[in-house]
Design a protein around this ligand. Structure first.
Ligand code: MF3
Ligand code: CO
Ligand code: CO
Length: 269
């Protein structure tokens, strides 16, 4: 499949979808608290997505049984919400919201700290967020995928963390997952050259330990092989001539400031 270059009409729809996904994610961030279950998150995402006129893209996707992925602690991605899974003080949980609106998808995730997290949890969450933002900062017409991956991986390494290689970002548009595959590691000056009008996600999964992962028996949940904590942040971006437009920026920053702020200093231990 060729890589889509989105025109003006498609870009309007991508913006609507991205804004809706970001707003739903922000709502989750405001409500999260110890004692709630990940099934509660699923219920909020279903209701809020519908209230915005959208559809939860992940529900039924290759048989995925929920509207949202909730990935707690050592779960890297694709965690299935469950009423039996209660959030405890000190947990970290990634919530990945994908909304289809006006025929296009917006895909965004954040890792939230539940209650009071320890220094390791705050570190991996802060590094994952900074890795995502470092990748987004590289995006512009003419750069190559390896330029993005290298920036992300170097930051993770410098902070003593590792980048998951088995999963990556993706093109996005009329489908949730479209070409190209977007690795979060790589070599500068290599890989596909981005062009204005392409839409893609940057969504590094950052582990506190090694990069190896394992697929669980439910066929979905991916966990760190060494049991270490894992965190992830995701934005959908539109490549432009001078940089990129973050389609899922929303009002996420205020909702997450409390979680990420203590670990956002370069060189913090
Ligand atoms: N939103 C996820 C991503 O960032 C996709 C999860 S696919 C699912 O690409 F089937 F697990 F929902
Ligand atoms: Co996602
Ligand atoms: Co994605």
């Amino acid at each position: 499949m060729a890589i889509a270059i989105h025109g003006e009409r498609q870009i309007l729809a991508l913006r609507s979808a991205g804004r809706a996904a970001a707003a739903t994610l922000a709502l989750v961030g405001r409500r999260l608290a110890p004692g709630l279950s990940t099934a509660d998150i699923d219920a909020w995402v279903r209701a809020d997505t519908a209230a915005r006129g959208g559809v939860a893209s992940q529900l039924g996707y290759h048989g995925f049984p929920a509207a949202v992925c909730t990935s707690r602690n050592e779960v890297v991605c694709h965690g299935i919400p469950s009423a039996a899974e209660k959030l405890e003080d000190g947990d970290i949980v990634n919530v990945d919201v994908t909304t289809r609106l006006d025929g296009f998808h917006g895909d965004t995730s954040a890792t939230f700290v539940v209650g009071r997290a320890g220094p390791e949890a705050r570190h991996v969450v802060g590094v994952a967020r900074r890795c995502r933002d470092a990748g987004v900062a590289v995006v512009r017409d003419g750069v190559r995928l390896g330029d993005i991956g290298a920036a992300i991986e170097e930051l993770a390494r410098a902070e003593g963390c590792s980048i998951v290689r088995d999963y990556g970002g993706h093109g996005i548009g009329r489908e949730m997952h479209m070409p190209p595959h977007v690795p979060h590691h790589g070599l500068r000056g290599t890989g596909l050259r981005l062009r204005a009008g392409m839409a893609l996600t940057i969504e590094p999964m950052v582990n506190l330990g090694g990069p190896e992962v394992r697929l669980c028996d439910d066929g979905w949940r991916v966990v760190t092989a060494d049991g270490s904590l894992s965190a992830q942040f995701e934005h959908t971006v539109l490549v432009t001539r001078s940089g990129c437009e973050v389609l899922t920026a929303g009002d996420e920053a205020p909702a997450l400031a409390a979680a990420a702020a203590p670990v956002c200093r370069v060189g913090a231990s």
